[in-house]
Design a protein. Structure first.
Length: 235
């Protein structure tokens, strides 16, 4: 199947975005990435991004050719107005709203609007994101319907048809490991294990069989559970 022209990937350097990077490079001739600095609780994620980008693209010559510019957008104001466990040194727990304290209100909606604005200037109308509602923490801005309506508004507001692909939307964490294996084999899986970062607390000192992390935050638990399920299927 012929590759499509251009795409802009929302890229954090975590497991999901690393998998989506391989997916995008496999399907597009030209892939740019965009990261968002919103005064996260830790800077590990941002530090991992470039290493993951280079490592994933190096797996195949055509992937290296397809990977283009990386952009970092300053959204520090989002961190300033967000009282959450991802932007403050506060305990991770369920809030009175029924949502976990890791929920950053409006984050994905803001990310998509800024990515589209960047894409508009770059001549790219195809966005890719790692949002998922199969295994997620109840975030309303990860739901397919939320994202579809957001993209409709973006297209109307910019008078240009923007599209969003979410390869992991209905894929479990075990399925995400399997997708990485199918796209880049053990080499890609190893990159995700060693170089990507998911832990909400920014822990990089402890190496588990599923990668680095504290092992107790919701993100680590979900990643570990997915890895174990993936390994069970393979064995």
């Amino acid at each position: 199947m012929a590759k499509r022209a251009k795409a802009l990937l929302l890229f954090s350097g975590g497991q999901d975005s690393a998998t989506c990077l391989a997916w995008a490079l496999d399907k597009f001739d030209h892939v740019e990435t965009v990261g968002f600095d919103y005064e996260q609780r830790h800077s590990i994620e941002m530090q991992c991004r470039e290493d993951v980008r280079k490592s994933v693209s190096s797996l195949k010559a055509e992937w290296a050719d397809a990977l283009s510019e990386d952009h970092i957008l300053d959204l520090s104001v989002l961190g300033e107005i967000s009282e959450t466990s991802l932007t403050r040194d506060v305990e991770i727990e369920m809030s009175d709203t029924g949502l976990p304290s890791t929920f950053v209100p409006g984050r994905n909606l803001i990310f998509l609007n800024f990515a589209a604005a960047l894409g508009y200037r770059r001549g790219i109308t195809h966005l890719i994101g790692g949002m998922c509602e199969a295994d997620f923490s109840g975030y309303p801005d990860c739901r397919h319907d939320t994202l579809a309506r957001t993209m409709e508004s973006i297209s109307m507001g910019m008078d240009r048809e923007f599209t969003l692909e979410t390869p992991l939307m209905h894929v479990s964490k075990a399925g995400a490991w399997a997708m990485a294996d199918a796209l880049g084999g053990q080499a890609l899986v190893d990159i995700i294990l060693e170089k990507s970062h998911t832990c909400y607390l920014g822990e990089r000192g402890i190496r588990h069989d599923w990668g680095y992390g504290c092992g107790t935050c919701p993100a680590c638990e979900l990643r570990a559970k997915g890895w174990q399920a993936h390994q069970a299927v393979r064995s």
